[in-house]
Design a binder for this molecule. Sequence first.
Ligand code: ADP
Ligand code: MG
Length: 377
Amino acid sequence: MEREGEERFCFIAEWYDPHAAFIRRYQFMYYVKDGTVEMFDIKNHRMFLKKTRIETIRPEDLYIGNTVNILSRQMNFVDYGDDFTRARLSHKKERTLGMIKPDAMSKMGQIIDLICQKGFLITKLKMCQLNRNEAFQFYQEHQGKPFLDTLLNFVTSGPVIAFELMGENCVSQWREALGPTDSAIARSEAPQSIRARFGKNKTENACHGSDSSSSAARELEFFFPSNGPSRQNTAKFTDCTCCVVKPHAVKSGLAGKIISSILEAGFEISMLEMFNMEKANAEEFYEVYKGVVQEYGSMVAELTSGPCLAMEIRAQNAPQAFREMVGPSDPEIARHLRPRTLRALFGVDKVRNAVHCTDLPEDGLLEVEYFFKILGR
Ligand code: ADP
Ligand code: MG
């Protein structure tokens, strides 16, 4: 019998061993009482990690699809490891598909902020542009409805942001947060809801949410296919620079506020996607800092410590203009010298300085291409 406080959660975790070019599988145990982790190598029937406290792993990090760092290896949770864990966690880790529709894209920061404040976890996110066929496929249940044509014109009129949310009873909780379909009715019946606050009318109602767990599964597969090509991204690859909201800032729920600040300053966010960076990719991305910046190792560790949000930022002289807004790399210095910059406002220290931005003007496009042509493929 498991007693309160003595729970042990078990997952199957995989690690790609680059030297052996081989995926290793582990049983991963997490003891809630003291936050310790223990791991067994499944194939070799060997203890891999004796019961050890790992400061960076919290109970909320335990869900299928997440990646955690153990002894500088990136472990990916691929399944529950026992029935107890499945029974205890699966209802708390329900998933749904949400989407910011074209009419509310200028409010993306506020909406993402609200999602985090309401306690939903964003586990995937991507800005996309749907064509008519795709929109029809997405809204197939509305075939024959009188409003279908208007709806298809509307959702293909500009980019959308699709996201996977995770949480307890997430499907119904997100529907509740949205409010009634018609924004006018939402304003009278649920004035705090997203559609009341950000929607315009019956069609332009700011956001979408799956109406059941089976729709959620279908709609998640539509935007985030488990295999096969993903949706067309919206990156333009002109007049651009790269911004990455670092994992510590995403974890602290600051992504929405950072996005709002960027938009308020007049920059265009023409592409936005959540990534779980592999160590080898983080090293490659930060290559220019290797041997130059003392914090290189810690920067790589930070960038791989959880999901980050990469953006294509567009403006005139985008790299220089955006760099100005980001501020000095050390948030302490930024708070003294440039108190209105992103790092002054949202940074913690030199490594956890809220955002990465491109340093050299000629690298703006290259960094954007790294995320949205190379990693995003
Ligand atoms: P919901 O998005 O709340 O699940 P539906 O699935 O019924 O609502 O409809 C899908 C979308 O079609 C709505 O969010 C809205 O954008 C649009 N829509 C629904 N009903 C109407 C209507 N009567 N007139 C115009 N547009 C509508
Ligand atoms: Mg619906």
